[in-house]
Design a protein around this ligand. Structure first.
Ligand code: NDP
Length: 320
């Protein structure tokens, strides 16, 4: 069989992470020979990470253990694959320059998806702490382009379970829900499993080569008020809405020490300013629900049903 007809081979950095595990699972589920490049497991590796490694091995995912500064090891790993996806944590975003160097040295990589997994960073200008965060990710985009590596940049918007935990706190008993700003701005919440699947699809899609892809399906667009009302319907409860005005978030972004000033700046951008919906997606832009209309995505309504029965654990992204 011609090489083109075979499924592409995928290497994932950060594959044991919060979003990386969904990408790794989707990759193997779609039939791609999949490997992850992970730090060597040791006494300080968290049990959850070890469980994932066991799960991955059982599903045929190969684990290459190594550090990010092991250039030769990374080059050797890259020579055995076609596509590289990085889902490294934010503090490791600058380390992706090492991956870029290795991709150039290997010379065979057909697509690189760097660790964006958030807003469309080339289209928004948030408060300074979030702006600095995005600037680090933009530098990786620019270095990828400058190196002439075929890329896909993904604007996945909010990871839905992550932000439902942040906004609704379904795990803890309470009568109040905090509303940032006036609660009317629309955000985009995409379920992590769907983000994993879409990411594997776009990484393999010739249409997405050297393009930005937005993940903005209509059913994922929701305001805080709509989300709270939907949760009230589901739980049969009524929550007191406690408002945090924009000025308070701006002040916190100026007074909290780094990196705590980053999450408040993110909340301001997404839920007060409505940055995720602040630009048009026109016919020439790539958007996942238009690219893959056949894919059944998990609606926010369905995700809240999951939260009722088997709530996804809260997570906190690393900011520093
Ligand atoms: P995680 O914090 O879960 O970490 C991902 C992986 O990075 C880890 O599993 C680990 O892999 C590797 N890693 C962590 N620390 C180090 C280190 N010191 N040296 C080398 N490797 C390390 O990442 P997330 O999934 O939270 O974040 C991935 C991306 O998603 C980021 O770009 C982040 O900004 C974004 N994000 C977006 C969200 C959204 O709602 N849009 C929410 C959360 C994150 P291993 O142990 O296998 O080596």
């Amino acid at each position: 069989m011609a090489r083109e007809a075979e499924p592409s081979r995928i290497l994932i950095f950060g594959g044991t992470g919060y979003i990386g595990k969904h990408i790794a699972r989707a990759s193997v589920a779609f039939g791609h020979p999949t490997c992850i490049y992970a730090r060597p497991a040791g006494p300080r590796t968290k049990p959850l990470n070890l469980d994932l490694r066991r799960e991955f091995r059982s599903t045929g995912i190969r684990i290459i253990e190594g550090e990010l500064d092991e250039h030769e090891k990374i080059v050797t790993a890259l020579k055995q694959v076609d596509i590289v996806i990085s889902a490294l944590a934010y503090p490791q975003v600058p380390d992706q320059l090492k991956i870029i160097d290795a991709i150039v040295a290997a010379g065979n990589i057909k697509r690189f998806v760097p660790s964006d997994f958030g807003c469309e960073e080339d289209k928004i200008t948030p408060l300074p702490p979030f702006e600095e965060f995005l600037e680090k990710k933009r530098k990786i985009r620019r270095a990828t382009e400058a190196a002439g590596i075929p890329f896909t940049f993904v604007a996945t918007n909010c990871l839905a379970a992550y932000f439902i935990n942040v906004l609704l706190h379904p795990h803890s008993p309470h009568d109040e829900i905090v509303v940032y700003g006036d609660g009317e701005a629309n955000a985009v919440l995409n379920y992590e499993e769907d983000v994993g699947k879409y990411t594997i699809k776009v990484a393999n899609d010739p249409r997405a080569c050297n393009r930005v892809v937005s993940y903005r399906p209509k059913p994922s667009i929701i305001s805080q008020h709509q989300l709270i009302s939907l949760w009230e319907e589901k739980t049969g409860r009524s929550f007191k809405r406690v408002y945090v005005p924009e000025e308070d978030l701006v002040k916190l972004s100026q007074t909290l020490p780094p990196p705590e000033n980053i999450p408040v700046s993110i909340l301001h951008s997404i839920f007060v300013k409505g940055d995720l919906m602040s630009y048009e997606i026109d016919d020439d832009d790539l958007e996942v629900s238009r690219m893959y209309p056949e894919m059944q995505l998990t609606t926010i309504d369905q995700l809240l049903n999951i939260f009722l029965t088997d709530p996804p654990e809260p997570a906190r992204a690393a900011f520093g």
